[in-house]
Ligand binder design. Structure first.
Ligand SMILES: [Zn+2]
Length: 516
């Protein structure tokens, strides 16, 4: 079993004492309104501590996965409630605004904690912010994510089209790491041997490293498998809100996909930390952040003594330099299973192995087309484009996604001829910008879904024009949920940590490295 390498995390009594001092500071009553739980690995024991109790647990191999056993509980077990159906559908979520730690649930919490500490660069402590916490002094907004709570973890998941059962909305949840193996099973790929969740060999793996499970029950195995799969990511789209807007007629193209297939009513759960690139990579590899290497937006490399940043516009182009060579992306797996096939990655930093990627073009020094002036952008809610910088920027970027998709699917794009791709992935960013800005229930969030839905309409039209709509499957998901934060619930824990006298670094407002 992959136990933490002591060269990365010093296991001296002195170090342990400093970690415990930092942990006590994070559990102090002065910051208990903004700290949901503090996580830690101590040898082969994992600990989750909250101001009102803590649990220590251990993991053992169970097939390719893990079985967890509780070693000790003091007070209330902060991770006891792992219900996947909490605060769903939207009316339930809205009736339970700002849930506190005794009302919240933490889907797959033991697994989420354990996977993260497998990474050599994992921190000494993970300070998980409270559900209601508003990061006002770190540029925060009404909508927040990053926590382990159910609303921040819950992404939508719709699978539709060729080879998929038409079940409508089902009262089920899965995980984002289940999506890549599900897509491979849907395409009819032959499983082989690979590495499983617990790091040992597993049979029936669709990817080299496979932490998730193919959701075979929703596949129509009597039908021929699809010839093409198109994956759509709506960054930061709250699942309950998205389903509700589709049901109300505000997102007719997403509603069409829902009618054509299966919608996971309780969503697909994001991996801890529930942040962007860590989870784009989890969707596209079937592996957890602690295993695929894109651990967080930022972390600290103890051995090199350097800060690593992956999720920022400056770093997207080279973010996959940190991808663990033992994982396989969906682009690579599709091309391995179907030799000669083409895989396309649109506006996605996680692009390793794709035949086309905008970041690949940039790495090759190619000139990138400029989008039109924002006033001329189709499918754009102008009243939000003008005042909100992020809305404008994301609208421009997402417009280029449609141009790349329709170009490649027309058979000719940027001077190159393209066969119809076996797998095409499209990353839309506008929903994240808008859901952050106004919160998930805002007008701007709704506008972002409407705009994105219209862009999805263009994508469906392009597949129709290519004449293969009936032989194509689609899936739609997000990288994490988005929770309405409480504007009254502010502050940060830096002061408490500073007062503890411990030397530390806090990376990504979450990963605490003691004596870095
Ligand atoms: Zn995101």
């Amino acid at each position: 079993m992959a136990v933490v390498d002591p060269t990365y995390r010093p296991e001296t009594d002195e170090h342990r004492e400093a970690v415990e001092r930092a942990q006590r500071a994070l559990l102090d009553s002065a910051v208990e309104h903004i700290v949901e739980v503090v996580l830690r690995a101590d040898g082969d024991i994992y600990e989750a501590a909250a101001p009102d109790g803590r649990v220590r647990f251990r993991r053992e191999h169970d097939g390719p996965g893990w079985r967890f056993s509780i070693v000790e509980v003091e007070g209330r077990n902060p991770l006891a409630d792992q219900a996947v159906d909490r605060f769903s559908p939207l009316a339930e979520e809205r009736a339970n605004a700002y849930p506190d730690r005794t009302e919240n649930s933490y889907p797959f919490a033991y697994e989420q904690v354990a996977q993260l500490f497998d990474a050599p660069a994992s921190p000494d402590l993970v300070a998980v912010h409270a559900s209601a916490h508003n990061w006002e002094n770190q540029g925060g907004h009404r909508g927040e994510h990053g926590s382990i709570s159910v609303v921040q973890a819950r992404a939508p998941f719709i699978l539709a089209g060729a080879g998929v059962k038409q079940l409508g909305m089902i009262p089920r949840a899965c995980k984002l790491v289940d999506i890549a193996p599900t897509v491979m099973a849907l395409l009819g790929a032959e499983p082989g041997s690979g590495i499983g969740l617990n790091g040992s060999q597993r049979q029936e793996a669709f990817l080299a490293r496979q932490d998730g499970e193919a959701q075979e029950a929703i596949l129509d195995t009597a039908a021929p498998p699809p010839e093409h799969v198109v994956g759509l990511l709506l960054d930061g789209a709250n699942a309950n809100v998205l389903y509700d807007l589709a049901n109300r007629g505000d997102a007719p193209n997403i509603a069409r996909l829902m009618e054509m297939g299966v919608t996971f009513g309780y969503g697909a759960m994001s991996s801890l930390p529930t942040v962007t690139l860590a989870n784009h990579t989890s969707i596209l590899t079937g592996a957890y952040p602690g295993h695929h290497g894109i651990l967080n937006n930022a972390w600290w490399d103890r051995v090199q003594g350097t800060q690593v940043i992956t999720n920022s516009p400056m770093h997207w182009i080279s973010a996959m330099d940190w991808l663990d060579p033992g994982v396989e992306t969906l682009y690579q797996a599709v091309k391995r299973a179907f030799p000669g096939s083409v895989a396309v990655s649109i506006n996605e930093p996680c692009d390793t192995g794709a035949d086309y990627s905008i970041f690949g073009c940039m790495r090759n020094g190619e000139e990138i087309d400029r989008p039109p002036p924002v006033e001329e952008l189709p499918h754009t809610t102008q009243r939000f484009v003008r005042p909100v910088k992020e809305y404008k920027w994301s609208s421009l970027i997402d417009h280029t996604a449609v141009e790349q998709f329709t170009g490649i699917w027309s058979g000719h794009y940027r001077g190159t001829s393209w066969p119809m791709p076996k797998f095409t992935w499209v990353n839309f960013s506008l929903t994240d910008a808008a859901f952050h800005e106004g919160g998930p229930y805002s007008e701007i969030a709704r506008a972002s879904v409407q705009d994105t839905d219209a862009r999805i309409g263009e994508i469906l039209d392009a597949v129709q024009r290519a004449g293969v709509f009936d032989r194509t499957a689609f899936f739609l998901t997000a990288d994490h949920g988005m929770e309405e934060s409480n504007p009254e619930c502010t502050g940060n824990w830096a002061e408490a940590l500073d007062a503890s006298g411990v030397d530390y670094r806090d990376e990504g407002y979450m990963f605490i490295y003691v004596n870095p």
